[in-house]
Ligand binder design. Structure first.
Ligand code: C5P
Length: 259
């Protein structure tokens, strides 16, 4: 089961349409995201949170993308050696790139947490839930496989991570630098993030009852339950499309000019 929050406005991308509906090499980010998820072979159902005015568009886009043929260059690539291709998120047989992946669409909310909660509320039966971002629409299958493999090994919460390459400092609102952070202890966090469903539900329940418990990702909510979050290697191709430059880089990935 995969949740895809796709209800963001895309203000920073300034493309004139909500971000998930912005074209990338002729197809929307949402279409790329759904196709990538289906091609991973470990997703058996998808719930999308879309802007209220675009629910039907999201359904049409996603159903078309879910029919994309199975297989991709990345499918043959299993750099983690996990062999996790055969571990479905639901516990049922893996699906591979067919219309058999059912798509549901709900209306998203004011922020990402609310959009994920809306999608989570309609998840029927699933022991494990992955939460993605439509904005990370080029996430390779290998990242899905690593997340699912860690769940299969008993983790309750899993995030794909990459090392921090920049030097990172803290600063005041006025811009004065006040401290340095140890780069070696920092990670850039990507999606899909994987969870035991009950853990994710408990995390969102806490968020609803405790306004201070907000976070910018689902793992952040789970951490407040004092549940260990396991990191697995992410991938630069799973970049989050936020600014116009990200869209340009993503185009290079799609056309094969960047690996
Ligand atoms: O805004 P940001 O890039 O952090 O959004 C991350 C993901 O969350 C995107 O896929 C976006 O569509 C989604 N989102 C959402 N509902 C919101 C805000 C963001 O589904 N209200």
């Amino acid at each position: 089961m995969l949740l895809i929050p796709a209800a963001g406005s895309g203000t920073r991308l300034a493309a004139g349409v909500p971000k998930a509906f912005v074209p990338l090499a002729g197809r929307s980010l949402l279409a790329h995201a759904v196709e990538g998820a289906v091609r991973s072979g470990v997703i058996d159902a998808i719930v999308i949170a879309a802007p209220s005015s675009l629910v039907e568009d999201a359904r049409r886009i996603a159903e078309t993308a879910a029919e994309a043929p199975a297989g991709s260059a990345d499918d043959a690539d299993d750099p983690d050696g996990s062999g996790a291709h055969s571990v479905p998120v639901s516990g049922s047989a893996p699906v591979s790139g067919s219309a058999s992946v059912p798509i549901s669409v709900v209306v998203g909310g004011a922020d990402r947490v609310v959009s994920v909660a809306a999608a989570l509320a309609v998840v029927p039966e699933a022991d494990l839930v992955l939460v993605h971002d439509a904005a990370r629409c080029l996430t390779p299958a290998s990242v899905y496989h690593r997340v699912v493999a860690a769940l299969a090994e008993g983790a309750a919460a899993v995030v794909p991570v990459l090392p921090m390459t920049d030097t990172v400092k803290t600063a005041t609102d006025a811009g004065t630098v006040v401290g340095d952070l140890d780069r070696t202890a920092l990670r850039r966090v990507q999606t899909p993030q994987g969870f035991v469903r009950d853990v994710l539900v408990a995390a969102h329940d806490l968020q609803r009852t405790d306004p201070d418990a907000s976070a910018t990702d689902d793992a952040g909510l789970v951490e407040r339950l004092d549940i260990a979050v396991v990191g697995v290697p992410g991938d630069e191709a799973a970049l989050k499309i936020t600014h116009p430059i990200d869209l340009r880089i993503a185009e290079l990935y799609v056309t094969g000019d960047l690996d």
